[in-house]
Design a protein around this ligand. Structure first.
Ligand code: P70
Length: 462
């Protein structure tokens, strides 16, 4: 039997598809940067699944009892209990979002300049905070993650041989931490298997290296384990989550994804020692330890959302919708990262537009075309987002050239997914005529958010 959403819709936000000439004008005015568009000019907004989900009636109801105390609010304790019940980590600190958690944790983990932080594949903001704290981020994801056409059930896995070899070569004393990102966003929302987490955690223990999680999409990872890993089919997602967290010492989290809230983040630790260290920076950067830059009502919504995200029916419909979008694109002949990940479909722009070289950003050219074709907004994940080496100014090589279509949770219907497929299929039909892009304005750091572009075969506007 086919799946259907385990909810009905109780409040709607109107959206509108503006005409093609209007879309052409809006994207031109935006300097061909989709971040500079107004959301009202977008029809189906797949820029991110972060903070864009729909909250449940339970979450809205919980917000009404938000206790707005500066210190020790009931709302904080409800959040603490929810986190501890899922993770086993007693020491909980809310933060304003994921990068707030990273900012407070990294300088405490990285004791000396030049220490390594290993992981399957760090997210951009994590990578940035490792570098800001004087550390060196290293990605050790398995090679299969780079081969978009190869099927592998857990493309987010860390390469265990490389992990051990790296530690032996560089010395355990120079490794500040191992961070597993579940699911692995940068590789396409790909899950990590329980066996891989267990084995990586054993290596960390052997060398006395802290083992932590970036759990922005932990519930989606648990669902994939249930679906794809032997021995987990009959387990509840919450029990899978409890096992997963049992292998680590703590987490940092952007709650804007799997905690089903529009703003928020978390730090949580098994031991008081690591908590005390991180706490030192929370007070100056985020706020007091029991609110971390959030209102009591936000803490309530998060506590409720963390649990809701582990509902099997919800996860089936959520992951099912992303798979539905992927299947539609695949049937239209469009190359995508396979299998489809948890939160997004990653279109392989290097294969879609083989005539556009990496330095003309095929993923970004495709993003612009998808907007013009159907009012669909995605985001480039490739050379543009990767940026330049801060020391040499050289473009850093990227393993992928993707257009990411991230699906907000509980927000769109499959009809919207069909519209997205139609837009991409229209671009696919005329793919040979799509041009590359070049900078007309290139900021030094995190350039993709604010850069301006022109088409490559027209003179750059200055
Ligand atoms: C996304 C957003 C954020 C994120 C993450 C992981 C695994 C930490 C964070 C930071 C960011 C984004 C990207 C492109 C367009 C819009 C937004 N991911 N770890 O969509 O958390 O954003 O709460 O500070 O994925 O993937 P936060």
């Amino acid at each position: 039997m086919r799946y259907a959403e385990p909810y009905k819709i109780k409040m709607v936000e109107p959206i509108r598809l503006i005409s093609r000439p209007e879309r052409e004008a809006r994207i031109r005015e935006a300097g061909y940067n989709l971040f500079a568009l107004r959301s009202r000019d977008v029809f189906v907004d797949l820029l991110t699944d972060s903070g864009t989900g729909a909250m449940s009636e339970e979450q809205w109801a919980a917000m009404m009892r938000g206790d707005e105390a500066y210190a020790g609010s009931d709302s904080f304790y409800r959040l603490q209990e929810a986190v501890e019940s899922i993770t086993g980590y007693h020491w909980v600190i809310p933060t304003h979002q994921g990068r707030g958690a990273e900012q407070c944790l990294m300088p405490q983990l990285i004791a000396r300049k030049g220490m390594y932080v290993l992981g399957n594949m760090h997210f951009d903001t994590t990578r940035a905070h490792i570098q800001l704290a004087g550390g060196r981020p290293v990605d050790l994801v398995i090679d299969e993650a780079m081969e978009t056409e190869t099927y592998h059930p857990f493309k987010g896995n860390i390469n265990l041989e490389k992990l051990r070899a790296f530690i032996l070569e560089h010395g355990a004393q120079n490794v500040a931490a191992i961070i597993m990102t579940v699911t692995c966003n940068s590789a396409g929302g790909q899950p990590v298997s329980m066996a891989n987490i267990k084995a990586a955690s054993a290596i960390a223990r052997e060398f006395h290296i802290p083992f932590l999680f970036d759990t922005a999409r932990y519930a989606e990872n648990c669902y994939f384990v249930k679906q794809r890993e032997q021995g987990y089919a009959d387990k509840e997602p919450i029990d899978i989550a409890r096992e997963l967290f049992s292998y680590g010492e703590g987490l940092m989290m952007s709650a804007k994804k799997d905690a089903l809230v529009n703003i928020g983040g978390l730090l949580a630790f098994r031991d008081e020692e690591m908590y005390t260290k991180a706490a030192g920076l929370v007070v100056p950067f985020e706020g007091f330890l029991t609110y971390g830059g959030l209102a009591g009502r936000d803490l309530e919504a998060m506590a409720t959302g963390l649990m809701e995200a582990l509902d099997t029916d919800y996860l089936a419909s959520r992951i099912g919708q992303v798979a539905y979008l992927g299947e539609g694109l695949r049937q239209a002949g469009i190359p995508i990262q396979q299998p489809v990940g948890g939160h997004a479909v990653f279109v392989d722009a290097a294969k879609f537009l083989p005539h556009i070289p990496a330095e003309q950003f095929p993923g970004h050219a495709l993003a612009i075309e998808a907007y013009i074709a159907g009012g669909v907004r995605g985001v480039e994940v490739g050379s543009l987002m990767m940026g330049r080496d801060p020391e040499t100014g050289e473009q850093l090589p990227s393993d992928f050239e993707f257009l990411r279509l991230a699906v907000p949770r509980r927000t769109y219907t499959n009809n919207h997914m069909d519209v997205v497929v139609d837009a991409l299929a229209a671009v696919w039909q005329r793919r040979d005529s799509v041009r590359g892009v070049c900078f007309t304005q290139e900021p030094k750091i995190l350039r993709h958010f604010t850069a301006k572009f022109g088409w490559t075969d027209v003179p750059a506007v200055r």
